[in-house]
Ligand binder design. Structure first.
Ligand code: FAD
Length: 357
């Protein structure tokens, strides 16, 4: 009597060949264009610039995904997507998409992915983008790398998604090897804004949502903007003034606000100031706060720890004010003043006030 042999495990080479045949059905780079209350979040255009580089490297098309209620900013979003580099836009327009709800947007996005099969899908690491990316990746059973700081295409066409790890002390590059699409979220201001090409146009694919309101558990009863949050412009401000522990006590943070007011700037601070309750968490700058890319960043009494540095090194000019000439911030600041922030800040405020009036 012959014994049944266990099926031989497929060799790595065979698996790779089978996987790559399957992978060939996935093509193109997609960027989720985040439209909320008729407005596109600018991170979408930053990702379009990055997506363009990835698509060119792969020799494929770049597409935007626009979801929303018809006429609710969707047409403008589609036209602008072309101008920032999209060759094509996939759009689902349905009254159920008027406000963001995880169920409706996840259904729409997963259907688009399953139907048109992109190899890469990028989303902004905003509140909405993070919520959507997680549920889309889970539904599709694919890999998602969150909060990336760099993206690149490997020799075998894989997406290398780099992000800080171990509290920002190391960078790791993550690959989604066995499934498609490869998904990544990127925080606002991490990638540079691409040039806009007015009048540029592209193709469009309309897709139905195919969902009834009765099947959506979440209902939007009202929209109440968070009045306490004044951070909307920090990430996109041209000039930012920030303070750190070197300011000594909470009352002294007023010196940062005074200089910001004279310069028409936004203000922020290092993480310990949030932990001490001197400033709102929405004003924190750095790895676990906001990434900024202003034309001028003034940092007063901030040492320049790596977790702060990663949030500000995209600034065109960094002016550091610190009493310690060996403070790490002087390693990456373009201009430095070795001095007491409590004296230098009011002097700058006064000088700019006179100069600008
Ligand atoms: P300190 O490091 O205490 O520096 C104070 C500086 O003020 C010193 O350089 C000192 O020389 C100077 N100084 C003192 N007196 C004066 C004066 N009178 N005038 C001028 N200068 C003076 N930090 C962030 O900022 N953002 C983040 O997003 C962030 N995320 C983090 C995430 C993790 C997981 C971890 C572990 C840490 C994170 N941190 C973050 C904290 C970070 O490591 C530093 O502890 C923090 O940035 C230090 O804040 P600071 O520069 O204000 O204070």
């Amino acid at each position: 009597m012959s014994e049944a042999k266990p099926a031989a495990a497929p060799s790595r080479g065979k698996m790779k060949a089978e996987l790559s045949d399957h992978f060939k059905t996935y093509k193109d780079v997609w960027v989720f264009v985040e439209v909320e209350r008729g407005q596109v979040h600018p991170v979408s255009w930053e990702l379009m610039g990055e997506g363009r580089k990835l698509a060119d490297k792969l020799g494929v098309e770049l597409a935007g995904v626009v979801m929303g209620a018809s006429g609710d900013g969707c047409d403008a979003a589609i036209a602008t997507a072309y101008e920032y580099g999209a060759d094509k836009v996939y759009t689902i327009q349905d009254p159920l998409l008027a406000d963001y709800r995880n169920e409706t947007y996840t259904k729409g996005m997963t259907e688009l992915v399953n139907t048109y099969k992109p190899e890469i899908l990028l989303l902004g690491a905003t509140n909405l983008g993070r919520d959507l990316a997680g549920s889309v990746a889970t539904t599709l059973k694919t890999g998602l790398t969150a909060d990336c700081t760099a993206l690149a295409i490997d020799d075998d066409r894989s997406l290398g998604a780099t992000r800080p790890t171990f509290g920002g002390s190391l960078l790791c590059t993550i690959y989604t090897l066995n499934v498609r699409p490869q998904m990544a979220t990127i925080r606002p201001r991490v990638m540079a804004m691409p040039d806009r090409q007015p009048g540029r146009s592209g193709g469009i694919v309309l897709h139905p949502l195919g969902m009834a309101e009765e099947s959506v558990v979440t209902k939007i009863l009202d929209f109440i903007p968070d009045a306490a949050k004044e951070d909307a412009h920090l990430a996109y401000a041209d000039v930012v003034v920030a303070g750190g522990v070197g300011l000594g006590k909470p009352e002294n943070f007023k010196l940062v606000k005074d200089l910001a007011a004279v310069l028409g700037a936004e203000y922020g601070g290092s993480r310990p100031l949030v932990q001490k309750g001197w400033i709102d968490a929405s004003r924190q700058i750095g790895q676990t706060g906001k990434t900024i890319r202003p034309r001028l960043y003034i940092a007063a009494g901030i040492s320049g720890a790596i977790q702060h540095r990663v949030g500000v090194e995209g600034a065109d000019q960094i002016l550091a004010i610190n009493t310690d000439p060996n403070a790490p911030i002087f390693d990456f600041a373009h201009q430095g003043i070795v001095g007491d922030a409590l004296t230098v800040l009011p002097a700058l405020t006064e000088a700019f006030r006179r100069h600008l009036s």
